[in-house]
Design a protein around this ligand. Structure first.
Ligand SMILES: Nc1ncnc2c1ncn2[C@@H]1O[C@H](COP(=O)(O)OP(=O)(O)O)[C@@H](O)[C@H]1O
Ligand SMILES: [Mg+2]
Length: 234
């Protein structure tokens, strides 16, 4: 079966070769754990292969995103990478497809509609929404939120793109049930020092490495050590 590389070799090994195409996955982790960086690895891998990729940011403005990712050696100025800034800027301006932020932030359906319009006929093979939990702010009711996420995933599924959603831990677990796989980034304090670990907690349709593996954020982005364990002797 063909596999989609995440752009992080160690993570691909944990995934038994990579993600399955045309499905949606979730990256869970605390602030600063590397969710955005991992998502950009995934998109730049696509760009490197000549694929068209779409990144929708709901949190970090494009300008700082470009700077931060530039520090890891990623050049986001690429015709095959479309960046959409859907962050709460508080200005009356159109985000995309003529939808004003205020309207859009008030309605998950508007986001889904706008993404649908963006995907039409453009043949994106990779799509990132970072972080999806931002949309939780627009829907208080859990059941409604679940329905909205299902709607969004169904819409994107029509276009055969492989999708990564990011989520802040603790906000909600609903997304985990709705995606084909979950990658968790955890930070543990060991004698005051942070230890970073990455684990796959769900991967439908594929065997995977269930171990918590160490990862590092370096000046080249994320590195996963798929042959090492985070704790020895346990
Ligand atoms: N050169 C570097 N070496 C190590 N860590 C770095 C380096 N540059 C940035 N970082 C860290 O990488 C993380 C990037 O996190 P990011 O992908 O934005 O996380 P999230 O999206 O989960 O909030 C931050 O915690 C930042 O401190
Ligand atoms: Mg982020």
């Amino acid at each position: 079966m063909s596999r989609i590389s995440t752009g992080v070799p160690g993570l691909d090994e944990m995934l038994n070769g990579g993600l399955l195409p045309g499905r949606a996955y979730l990256i869970k982790g605390g602030p600063g754990s590397g969710k955005t960086t991992l998502a950009i690895h995934f998109l730049m891998e696509g760009v490197k292969n000549g694929e068209k990729c779409l990144y929708i940011t709901l949190e970090e403005p494009i300008t700082t995103l470009k700077e931060d990712m530039g520090n890891f050696g990623f050049d986001l100025e690429n015709p095959n990478l479309r960046l959409i800034d859907a962050t709460p800027i508080g200005e009356k301006r159109s985000i995309f497809d003529g939808v004003l932020y205020q309207e859009f932030a008030a309605s998950f359906e508007k986001l889904t509609g706008a993404i649908n319009e963006e995907l039409k006929g453009r043949e994106y093979s990779r799509v990132v929404i970072d972080p999806i939990t931002m949309m939780k702010l627009t829907i208080k009711d859990e059941l409604e939120y679940r329905r909205a996420v299902i709607g969004l995933l169904k819409t994107i599924a029509n276009y055969n793109a492989t999708v990564l959603l990011t989520s802040e831990v603790g906000q909600t677990d609903i997304e985990e049930y709705l995606v084909s796989g979950v990658i968790e980034l955890v930070t543990i304090r060991e004698r005051g020092k942070p230890l970073r670990g990455i684990a796959i907690t769900k991967f439908r349709g594929s065997p995977f490495d269930e171990e918590l593996r160490p990862y590092k954020i370096t000046d080249r982005g994320i590195e996963v050590y798929s042959k090492e364990v985070l704790f020895h002797g346990v």
